[in-house]
Design a protein. Structure first.
Length: 170
């Protein structure tokens, strides 16, 4: 009999949901959700899951980047501040951008008149490329009532994601 990390209740749940678990040596669910320690002094140089907080209210945006989080954050801030080369700089242009903003950050800032900046940014979790969708979905799901995100996480609603949420929040 193989030594498994799943208890009998989890195995029954998986069978009922027609989810097949393949054991891979060295990779465990607890390792996916484990907070990886950053080796970089500047955490925004890492890739992973980040949040941008609104300065004026409790709302925040959760996102992911396989690149340096600092670069991705700057792209968001350029959208909000209209400082990027690809954006025009009139208030009407900002309002127009808010109507097509896929993330919700610009929309929140325009509709409320609130602000954000680099001081409101943090790396929630460093993770590798293979876990970005899962971890972003998990953090969005966990904070869903406090977010300016327009869309749910990329894996939200899938059987695998629901299983992970049950494991993490029994």
């Amino acid at each position: 009999m193989k030594n498994t990390v799943l208890d009998s209740q989890s195995r029954k749940f998986l069978r009922r949901e027609n989810i097949i678990i393949q054991e891979i040596p060295g990779r465990k669910v607890k390792n996916i959700f484990n907070k990886h320690k950053s080796t970089s002094k500047n955490k925004l140089q890492e890739s992973g899951i980040y949040e941008i907080k609104c300065e004026d209210c409790e709302q925040k945006y959760i996102g992911q980047s396989s690149r340096s989080v600092g670069i991705r954050i700057q792209e968001h801030l350029d959208s909000v501040l209209m400082g990027g080369k690809k954006y025009r700089r009139t208030w009407n242009d900002v309002k127009e951008k808010a109507t097509v903003d896929p993330t919700g950050i610009v929309k929140h800032m325009v509709e409320t008149g609130h602000k954000t900046d680099k001081e409101q940014v943090s790396l929630i979790q460093k993770c590798n490329r293979g876990n970005l969708d899962l971890m972003e979905s998990y953090h969005i799901w966990k904070e869903k009532d406090k977010l300016m995100n327009i869309k749910p996480g990329p894996l939200e609603g899938t059987k695998t994601f629901n299983f992970y949420c049950k494991l993490m929040n029994p």
